[in-house]
Write a protein that binds this ligand. Structure first.
Ligand code: CA
Length: 234
């Protein structure tokens, strides 16, 4: 991790943005403030931040729309996004994660919680220390080059999905509970709900496409990657 990670704060309320910026600065981060999606886009076009704090309710494009847009853009797709939301409803949290956010934090939040979550997304984004490539059936993952392929065709995975898949593939056939995955893949599950695992599994399934036949949901137990589930299309 860089010594002064850049944090882009996308927040229209100046008082909140300022409070967050001051706290970040005091804790070794470099905050940059953008008051709306347009300003944020300009910042992203200039220098990529290490993490984006994205408010849900913004004038113009909403945080949700921006998260979707940035996830679809190759330049910004792997930047961790932490959504700030005043809403506590489960469907909205899930909508944020589905749109590509790595995590969310509900306002009002404490500085300690915000810092812990920023550190957690930064840790999660850091690629797993180099290791051997793993193969299950026709699915191949190389942690050194950060590549995943299925029958020789490259697949595009987000950073959390990559880490999740890497863990599942390294321990293929074994069933992992949500709590175990949070512990091993997220590493800091104090603030993360088990539902988050399901959201990322869903995203992983989508990213895997045909290869998703290897990813098995074991009812009441959790998830696993198994070569035995290799479909008849093989
Ligand atoms: Ca706002």
């Amino acid at each position: 991790m860089k010594s002064f990670p850049r944090v882009l704060i996308v927040e229209d309320e100046a008082a909140i943005a300022e409070l967050v910026a001051v706290n970040l600065r005091h804790n070794g981060f470099t905050p940059i403030w953008a008051e709306d999606g347009e300003a944020a886009q300009r910042e992203l076009g200039a220098v990529l931040p290490d993490v984006v704090l994205l408010d849900w309710m913004l004038p113009g494009q909403s945080g949700l729309q921006l998260a979707r847009k940035w996830r679809a853009d190759p330049r910004t797709k792997s930047i961790p996004i932490l959504m700030l939301t005043a809403r506590g409803d489960e469907p909205e949290k899930v909508a944020g994660l589905d749109a590509g956010a790595d995590d969310y934090i509900t306002k009002p939040f404490s500085t300690q919680e915000l810092l812990a979550r920023i550190r957690a997304v930064l840790r999660r984004r850091a690629p797993e220390h180099s290791g051997e490539s793993v193969t299950v059936a026709d699915l191949h993952l190389d942690p050194d080059t950060y590549r995943v392929s299925w029958r020789g065709q490259p697949l595009k995975l987000g950073p959390t999905e990559f880490k999740l898949l890497h863990h599942l593939m390294r321990h293929a056939e074994r069933v992992h509970s949500r709590a175990q995955l949070l512990d091993k893949v997220w590493g800091d599950h104090v603030f993360i709900e088990e539902r988050t695992v399901d959201v990322h599994i869903k995203r992983l399934r989508e990213a895997l496409g045909e290869a998703a036949v290897l990813l098995e949901t074991v009812r009441g137990a959790g998830y696993r990657i198994t070569a035995a589930a290799h479909g008849p299309s093989a």
